[in-house]
Design a protein around this ligand. Structure first.
Ligand code: SF4
Length: 190
């Protein structure tokens, strides 16, 4: 749920343990590059908000992550957008996290972007390498790649969940990154 008590310092741990591949990809890119472009900041920022990162912690998380930026640059270029996502600026709409179908169908990533769905937007070579890096056994990589080749991206993500959570009870198809996260945490409402 989104109790809103997640600390900036705990994001790394909970994301690595429980977030779906799309959000792991954004998190890794952010750690590596100390930056994310707008599409990535939106997709990842709204996900983090929905897993319970309050605005104060979000500002601290992003400022720490963007260490290549000065305090002044950060305030000028990014803080407004983060507050905006929390409904504290502009039209004061509190924006909701993106669903899988939105991530898969809208706003395809260009080079230098890390948003999107890895099952949909990675090249086959990059996806395969990522799956092996995440210790998915070869037969299951083949199974996942077959789903992807058949354009069954969310089924591949659901299968990925099953492979990486072998003791979890059967789940229905993943429709939202935040559902994936909550299932992994064991906080299902239904
Ligand atoms: Fe993320 Fe959804 Fe793609 Fe899974 S299917 S990686 S949750 S966008």
């Amino acid at each position: 749920g989104s109790g809103g008590d997640l600390k900036a310092a705990d994001v790394d741990m909970v994301v690595k343990q429980h977030a779906p591949l799309c959000m792991q990809t954004l998190h890794n890119a952010l750690c590596q590059n100390k930056h994310l472009k707008h599409g990535g900041r939106m997709q990842y920022g709204l996900f983090l908000k929905a897993i319970g990162l309050p605005i104060k912690e979000a500002l601290s998380f992003w400022q720490t992550a963007f260490t290549i930026k000065t305090e002044e640059q950060f305030q000028k270029e990014y803080a407004y957008n983060i507050r905006h996502n929390y409904g504290l600026e502009g039209k004061r709409v509190s924006y909701t996290a993106y669903s899988c179908s939105k991530i898969i169908k809208e706003n395809s990533p260009s080079s230098g972007d890390y948003h999107g769905c890895p099952f949909r937007h990675f090249s086959q070579g990059n996806l395969e390498a990522t799956l092996y890096k995440n210790k998915i056994p070869v037969n299951q990589v083949k199974e996942l790649m077959n789903l992807v080749r058949g354009s069954h991206y969310q089924m591949a993500c659901t299968k990925y969940f099953e492979i990486t959570h072998p003791d979890h009870e059967k789940i229905s198809i993943i429709e939202h990154p935040n559902t994936y996260y909550e299932l992994s945490l064991g906080e299902t409402d239904d």
